[in-house]
Design a protein around this ligand. Structure first.
Ligand code: ADP
Length: 509
């Protein structure tokens, strides 16, 4: 096609032919009609590049035919001459039309060829055309530079030249297999493919294959892409992924340690908070105890001391008057006041020993009825007018308990029953014992305990609202409860105001 474009010599020949035919037409006698020879020029016009040249040829040959018709000496009228020459003129135009059509089709084909050539030439990926035998028939510049070959150096080389030697045999087998079942596909799916450069260096490639058949035989087009960047990119992504996962692992560990530190710190804070609130409770309790103690002490000490003071004054007056009956009476009062001060001090002493942990129970074999009787004898002087004492026992008499502590408990409960009951009432003590349990209860018919006060009854220094006229420290029941706990026991009560109370202590032996 390139030769045709530059062939101006042929164009000149055509125009020469046209000129020759015109001259011959003019010179030859009318019986020799030569105008159809122009058709030869029209056929040769297929070698023109431009359709306009073909059109020009048609116009020129038509004009020359008409001119020659006019100029030629003729025997028949001119109209007839024109009529005779009309068919050749029409045939020029028909030929011109077909030749122009041919040139248009050729242009389209040339364009397509040009595009394909540009695609092949300027593609940035490698294109190889190989024969069925695996010989390279075409190679574009991209594939040549990819494999480090000079222009045209690859042609007629076996395709295996471009593959590392260790894969050559396998590739030949694969190629045979591909030709048995040819279809477009990617090469080496799931495998890492490598190309071999002319200088012996290997590099990763990606290849896709397309078979095609033509009259010249079977061929395969291979598109080859350099995968080095992609592989490097993949490697760096994998590396980044690994770094990321080790970083996230480190973060997780850090997070866990932070969480455990926070948990430990929270627990510490919780403990500190609990300690602080316990300390505050203790502080508050101490404050309350202090104020209760002050109010109790100021009352309980002042009353007997005032009584001692006034009786002492009266005694000296009665002694002057030698009124010994009254002296005796006030001496008795002083004795009672000192006794009650002594009781108070004894209770304080017990409390002090208790709080300091000096009291340790020492279980021993004791006779329960004898212990109760002993207490009764000791407290006989406290009984009010008409107050009676009754005692019932059930079960075994011998029990294993700390005799001293048990006696203290009974003294407290019985003396309370005496204190908080009016004259002419009965105080009933009941005891029951078996292998496992010892239970003692003290019942009276006294003032009882108001329901609102009952829940505080075992608190230190607590005194019920209906007991303020009776002397007491509010320590007895607290000490009773602590002694019972030391002996693996517990205490309880039930009471009704103005009807009486029943206190009990129960021990597991
Ligand atoms: P105290 O008798 O020295 O006041 P206690 O600790 O022995 O102290 O008793 C606490 C309070 O329980 C008493 O102040 C009283 O109000 C009430 N109480 C105890 N025993 C009886 C009882 N048998 N009858 C009515 N009230 C009682």
């Amino acid at each position: 096609m390139r030769t045709l474009r530059s062939n101006t010599r042929l164009a000149r020949l055509i125009w020469l032919l046209v000129a020759g035919v015109f001259a011959a037409d003019l010179l030859l006698p009318p019986q020799f009609d030569i105008v159809f020879a122009y058709l030869l020029a029209h056929f040769l016009a297929i070698f023109f590049r431009e359709k306009s040249d073909v059109l020009l040829l048609a116009v020129v040959t038509t004009t020359l035919t008409i001119v020659a018709t006019v100029l030629k000496p003729h025997e028949v009228p001119l109209e007839q001459m024109f009529l005779e020459r009309l068919p050749p003129i029409l045939s020029f135009w028909a030929a011109a039309f077909f030749v122009m059509r041919f040139i248009a089709l050729r242009e389209v084909e040339e364009q397509q060829e040009g595009r394909f050539a540009a695609l092949f030439q300027y593609a940035t990926f490698g294109i190889l055309l190989t024969s069925r035998q695996g010989r390279i028939i075409m190679a574009n510049p991209a594939v040549e530079s990819l494999f480090g070959y000079k222009n045209g150096e690859m042609l007629d080389q076996p395709i295996e030249t471009l593959i590392p030697r260790r894969f050559t045999k396998k590739h030949e087998e694969n190629r045979q297999h591909f030709h048995q079942n040819p279809r477009p596909r990617s090469m080496g799916i799931g495998l890492d493919l490598y190309g071999l450069r002319k200088d012996g260096m290997e590099f990763p490639v990606e290849v896709s294959l397309s078979p095609f058949k033509s009259a010249e035989g079977e061929f395969v087009v291979a598109f080859v892409v350099d995968n080095t960047h992609r592989k490097n990119y993949e490697k760096s992504i994998i590396q980044q992924k690994q770094e990321l996962s080790s970083l996230s692992e480190a973060l997780r560990v850090l997070n866990e340690s932070l969480e455990s530190k926070v948990a430990a710190r929270t627990t510490e804070l919780e403990h500190a908070k609990n300690d602080l609130s316990a300390a505050l409770d203790k502080e508050r309790e101490l404050g309350e105890l202090k104020s209760r103690f002050v109010s109790m002490a100021s009352h309980e000490f002042r009353t007997p001391l005032t009584s001692v003071l006034s009786s002492a004054g009266l005694i000296s007056q009665y002694a002057e008057r030698q009124d010994y009956t009254n002296v005796k009476k006030h001496a008795e009062r002083i004795k009672n006041a000192v006794n009650s001060l002594n009781t108070i001090l004894t209770e304080f002493l017990s409390l002090g020993r208790l709080e300091e942990g000096h009291i340790q129970p020492k279980p021993e074999a004791i006779e329960l009825p004898a212990c109760v009787d002993n207490v009764h004898q000791e407290l006989k002087s406290l009984f009010k007018n008409g107050q009676t004492f009754q005692y019932d026992h059930n079960g075994q008499t011998a029990v294993r308990l700390d005799g001293g502590l048990l006696k203290n408990i009974l003294i407290n409960l019985v003396s309370n029953a005496i204190k908080y009951s009016p004259e002419n009432t009965c105080i009933t003590v009941t005891s029951r014992a078996d292998d496992k349990t010892v239970r003692i209860s003290v019942r009276d018919e006294g003032i009882g305990i108001p329901p609102a006060d009952q829940k505080h009854l075992f608190d230190r220094f607590f005194r019920a609202t209906n007991a303020t006229n009776v002397q007491g420290t509010g320590l007895g029941l607290y000490i009773v409860q602590r002694y019972a706990e030391m002996m693996n026991g517990k205490v309880g009560f039930q009471s009704e105001v103005e009807k009486g109370s029943e206190f009990w202590a129960e021990f597991q032996v």
